[in-house]
Design a protein around this ligand. Structure first.
Ligand code: NAP
Ligand code: F7E
Length: 350
């Protein structure tokens, strides 16, 4: 049985990837950070919480990274943990550089020392490309990062390649364009819209405040995208791949479709809030995933319109359940059964 270690298993991609790898028969370990309020709701929502083994790790703490590797002895490492919100990277540029950039080197170093034969996936991003050029971006397009987040991820991208070329390690960059789902964090624009529209439809909220409605993104469906991560790790030779749908839409398109699904009049409920505009904006991004399609045989399954519908309906159901006094999944109100949490310092000594 193969073992996989997912850093950031509590995030959107971590949870879907855990579910996917379990379905492939993997033993799945995942790292989480100790928070005063636990954050396992996505794993619970997908029904995989009791099936994964959890290890506490902080990206700034090299010893906790080393412990995670020695405790899990992974065949494959999926490095997903990062400060992933572009907007916040302008507010916290230094910690973002550390957690989304330098932390990758910490994990690569720990891998080189403890698990040299393990395969390594780096969660690279379309944000590397920036937004000044027109047309679809492929693996050979120039990089022009436009945020502290993107600059940190560009450093991590290069370190991933450098470890491949210097030490012959199997390290791969998945350059993924935006991918969304009902498990997306509420800060990101798609989930912010689906959640707010659901609440407006039920009379729980009146207005939704947004920033740049003209920004365009190539939005795909997260469960489709985590499969591409696994496919990259099964190749004979490590390489870098763009993963995208090839179609872009504006934030306004997302709002319009979400409002249509719920018969909401968009003009009455949307307000532009200038404080949500970024100091530097990536105006448009669209990807060219020809390489992933040809070599990995990867294809996106869910299109934009179905994605909007899926997200809106999921949020509508959550709020209806809440109104009916049922469980509120993203609150994770109770500390879950902690039998599967490995306390590395103690358990390793016994
Ligand atoms: P996400 O939902 O924000 O998840 C990020 C994960 O990183 C969470 O598990 C988070 O833990 C963890 N984390 C953050 N800071 C940490 C720290 N200091 N120590 C330990 N863990 C920490 O992000 P996602 O959407 O799943 O994305 C996964 C990865 O892909 C990220 O690296 C992101 O930058 C990258 N990416 C995402 C997209 C996209 O469209 N989703 C596209 C391209 C690349 P908590 O749960 O405790 O916060
Ligand atoms: O913004 C605009 C905003 O925060 C999308 C991360 O997963 O994908 C994500 O980064 C667009 C931007 O995602 C609001 O200005 C308008 O142009 O949902 P977002 P992102 O910045 O594209 C990439 C690939 C990653 O790697 C990242 O980790 O929407 N926008 N109004 C808004 N954005 C937000 N968040 N909130 C608004 O109110």
């Amino acid at each position: 049985m193969k073992s996989a270690l997912i850093t950031g298993i509590t995030g959107q991609d971590g949870a879907y990837l855990a579910k996917f790898l379990l379905s492939k028969g993997y033993r799945v370990y995942g790292t989480f950070r100790r928070l005063s309020t636990p954050n396992f709701w996505r794993l619970q929502a997908l029904g995989v919480f009791p099936k994964v083994k959890l290890i506490s790790m902080d990206l700034g703490d090299f010893s906790s990274i080393s412990e995670a590797l020695t405790a899990s002895k992974p065949d494959e490492i999926y490095h997903l943990a990062a400060q992933s919100f572009v907007g916040a990277s302008f507010e916290q540029p230094i910690s973002t550089s550390d957690m989304s950039g330098l932390a990758t080197t910490r994990i690569l170093e720990a891998t080189r020392i403890h698990s040299r034969d393990a395969r390594f996936y780096q969660a690279s991003t379309s944000e590397l490309f920036g937004g000044s050029q027109l047309g679809p971006r492929s693996e050979s397009s120039p990089f022009e990062p436009q945020s502290p987040y993107a600059a940190a991820k560009l450093y991590a991208y290069w370190m991933t390649k450098i470890y491949r070329e210097s030490y012959g390690m199997f390290t791969t960059n998945g350059i993924l364009f935006n991918h969304e789902s009902p498990l997306r964090g509420l800060e990101f624009v798609t989930r912010k819209i689906s959640n707010a529209c659901a609440r407006i439809g039920l009379g729980l909220q009146d207005k939704i405040r947004l920033g740049n409605l003209e920004a365009r993104r190539d939005w795909g469906y997260a469960p489709d995208y985590v499969e591409s991560m696994w496919m990259m790790m099964q190749q004979d030779k490590a390489d870098d791949y763009v993963v995208a749908t090839g179609v872009s839409h504006s934030v306004a398109d997302f709002v319009q479709l979400a409002c249509e699904r719920l018969n909401i009049d968009m003009s009455t409920h949307i307000r532009i809030d200038k404080s949500l505009l970024r100091p530097l904006e990536v105006d448009r991004l669209v990807g060219d995933a020809k390489k992933a399609k040809t070599l990995l045989h990867w294809e996106p399954r869910l299109g934009f319109s179905d994605l909007v519908t899926l997200m809106v309906e999921a949020d509508l159901k959550r709020w209806k359940d809440w109104q009916a006094g049922k469980f509120f999944p993203w609150d994770a109100p109770l500390y879950p059964d902690a039998n599967n949490i490995i306390v590395t310092r103690y358990s390793l000594d016994r």
